[in-house]
Design a protein around this ligand. Structure first.
Ligand SMILES: [Zn+2]
Ligand SMILES: [Zn+2]
Length: 336
């Protein structure tokens, strides 16, 4: 089978042949139908020297072989890309990312940038036939966004300020509107991101390179933001969230900042802010995403701005590390 592998930090992905996989006990072999490219995939390929990795953790596929009685060939599944020990309290709560022995498909085990992937049966979530492959691949990023809101202990109708209109921020905007937020305002200096955020549910957007975010949010909604969700991860943005938040506000940090980042605790203290950092998602976030997609009440199709087969995959992947008008791009390994 064809797979895309890393070649070491800063090197392009290489498409190579690997042996077709076979399932171990309680495994499925899944034909990968669509696999999203995540910012974390770009980061690993660019900055981490781990040659030979098959990345990709946002995927859905069709079961082609199984040793599990719970699945049959031909079943369509979205893949929960984390595995845990199965016996600790975190695993019992569906929070596999907090398990001391967690492993991620697309990092510790081969992922979805491949024609076929081995998936533990406990990680496979059935999706109905009326959901297309793009929706199946969006289950994982939607679970990230759902989890961020789930960890934001405020009434769902409360106005929300989302910092960043990339794939994560746009997915948070989509879910926030779905959950009933009266106002969803996305702040991003890039025009096409503001436009996309408004297409998927933001009621307004702010260009922070032009307007003062706090006063513009107050002008749009009548008050300073009581909920701020940071979805970028660049240095300075947690402090920015503190600066623009209302007194008593809740700040949820989804963006992954990989470098030390100075914050002023006094700003947060003076406003008595609560700050919640979030990690991946729980199983319940996968269930919620699949249910809302299946019911047709959540439509993530606008977030998918491109699909690519293996021929052009390495180039398209590299292009996403540059300034781009794309949001989510999917590898469709079996399509040209
Ligand atoms: Zn991801
Ligand atoms: Zn565990």
């Amino acid at each position: 089978m064809k797979v895309a592998v890393t070649q070491g930090s800063g090197q392009p992905l290489a498409v190579v042949e690997h042996p077709d996989p076979s399932p171990g006990a309680d495994d499925l072999v899944v034909r990968v139908d669509a696999c999203g490219i995540c910012g974390s995939d770009l980061h690993l390929a660019q900055h981490v020297d781990l040659p030979g990795l098959v990345l990709g953790h946002e995927f859905c596929g069709t079961v082609v072989a199984t040793t599990s009685a719970a699945f049959h060939d031909g079943a369509r599944v979205a893949v929960f890309p984390l595995a845990g020990c199965g016996s600790c309290a975190f695993c019992a709560a569906g929070y596999l990312a907090k398990c001391a022995n967690y492993q991620q498909l697309g990092l510790h085990r081969p992922g979805g940038f491949a024609e076929y992937a081995v998936v533990p049966a406990s990680s496979a979530y059935r999706i109905p036939d009326h959901l297309d492959d793009a929706a199946g691949a969006m289950v994982e990023p939607l679970a990230v966004a759902h989890h961020a809101l789930d960890r934001t202990p405020r009434p769902p109708e409360e106005p929300v300020l989302i910092i960043g209109g990339g794939p994560v921020g746009a997915a948070v905007a989509l879910w926030a509107r779905h959950r009933g937020a009266r106002e969803v305002v996305v702040s991003d200096p890039v025009e096409h991101r503001r436009t996309l955020a408004e297409r998927v549910g933001a009621t307004a957007s702010i260009d922070p390179s032009r307007d003062d975010v706090a006063s513009e949010f107050a002008r749009l909604t009548g008050a300073a933001p009581g909920v701020v969700i940071e979805c970028v991860g660049n240095p300075g943005l947690i402090q920015h969230a503190f600066d623009v938040a209302a007194t008593d506000a809740h700040v949820t940090v989804v963006g992954v900042c990989m470098v030390p980042d100075a914050i002023s605790p006094l700003v947060a203290l003076n406003k008595e802010l609560s700050v919640q950092y979030v990690l991946y998602y729980r199983r319940a976030d996968f269930d919620a995403s699949i249910a809302a997609l299946a019911a047709g009440s959540l439509d993530a199709s606008a977030l998918v701005t491109g699909t690519v087969g293996f021929e052009a995959f390495a180039d398209r992947f590299a292009g996403l590390a540059q300034p781009t008008t794309d949001c989510k791009v999917l590898l469709t390994p079996h399509l040209a």
